[in-house]
Design a protein around this ligand. Structure first.
Ligand code: ASP
Length: 332
């Protein structure tokens, strides 16, 4: 029987509605989660560890490192890993974890739920069973399991606050669909090289979502205090204003002057940024702006945080950013 490690980090999935209070949510221990579903022992030999208990909005890169190190340190003792996580920032953590592990030969499956396990109509049971089942299969990447689908972690994003199928991967087909059987459609090929782990992330980054009427001048001071990269969430294929007080060009010039990496992502979820299509894009390209192509914002950000943490040389950071490292972007 496959050995699976479940890492508990918090979120709705492990919350419980305290009966005596007015609906206040309190946490429950991870092994009691398993007690809700005793049949899990038919799927795998399961061990649970509670790393911490947080609402995922409260998580930072230090928490990502705790998760990564817990997996790294037990990598040889288990066949697969399931991380229980709040849904709000799950796509960020899962993307970050995907960058930290190179040459994975075991599944790391993130899941959570929209409704606590203790509530009768919860989606937690189904998500947890599916995630554990998925973690027993030969699969070499970090993935998100939610509502009968498995998405590549660094392609996934939370799309719904209220629907059971809260996640999707807009620019990449699900890796697997779960019906009577788990149907793995595609996955990264296994590597013959040993697994490597780099739990390092820089927090010297800014994400700036453009909006009509935004005066970039007001944001220039954001770049004074050690910022090393700015991820811009631009319009459509990577467009931005170029005239008058709304022009983004002075901000891009300032970043170029200070060697701040600028990445252009898009507010549109589907398809790819194209800095060749319009003149603003070509100006950006000439000022050294990097296209996020079809990466999710979560992947565009965590990839940069990882590369800034891992490499010193600006050449290496840019060079690695332009490549697909873990299947996070389409490169043709
Ligand atoms: N606020 C919760 C969290 O992200 C939401 C959830 O788990 O669905 O931790």
């Amino acid at each position: 029987m496959k050995r699976i490690l479940i890492l508990q980090t918090g979120g709705t999935i492990a919350m419980q509605i305290r009966r005596e209070s007015n609906g206040e949510m309190v946490n429950t221990q991870s092994d009691s989660l398993i007690r809700y579903i005793p049949e899990l022992s038919q799927i795998a030999d399961i061990e649970c560890r509670e790393l911490f208990f947080k609402d995922s909005s409260d998580m930072s890169t230090a928490d990502w490192v705790v998760i990564i190190e817990a997996i790294r340190d037990t990598y040889n003792s288990f066949d697969g890993f399931v991380v229980l996580h709040g849904t709000d920032t799950l796509a960020y953590t899962a993307s970050a974890v995907s960058f930290a592990f190179k040459n994975l030969t075991k599944p790391i499956i993130f899941t959570g739920s929209q409704v606590p396990m203790s509530v009768i109509r919860s989606d937690a049971k189904r998500n947890l069973i599916n995630a554990i089942q998925m973690a027993t299969l030969p699969f070499n990447e970090v993935a998100v399991c939610f509502s009968d689908k498995i998405f590549r972690a660094n392609r996934s994003t939370k799309l719904s606050i209220g629907e059971f199928n809260a996640f999707n991967s807009p620019n990449f087909a699900p890796l697997a669909e779960i019906g009577l059987d788990i149907n793995i459609k595609h996955s990264l090929p296994p590597s013959a090289l040993p697994m490597e782990c780099f739990p390092v992330f820089s927090e010297d980054v800014i994400v700036l979502r453009l909006f009509p009427g935004m005066k970039p001048k007001q944001f220039l001071r954001l770049f004074e205090n050690g910022t090393r990269s700015v991820i811009l969430s631009g319009f459509g294929s990577g467009n931005f204003p170029v005239s008058g007080e709304y022009s983004l060009i002075p901000l891009l010039e300032k970043c170029a002057e200070k060697n701040i990496f600028v990445v252009m992502a898009s507010q549109a979820l589907y398809d790819s940024v194209d800095l060749e299509k319009y003149s603003s894009g070509r100006i950006a390209r000439d000022l050294g702006v990097i296209s996020a192509r079809d990466m999710t914002l979560e992947a565009a950000l965590t990839k940069m945080m990882y590369l800034l943490g891992r490499y010193k040389s600006p050449y290496q950071i840019r060079d690695r950013y332009l490549r697909s490292l873990r299947g996070e972007m389409t490169t043709e």
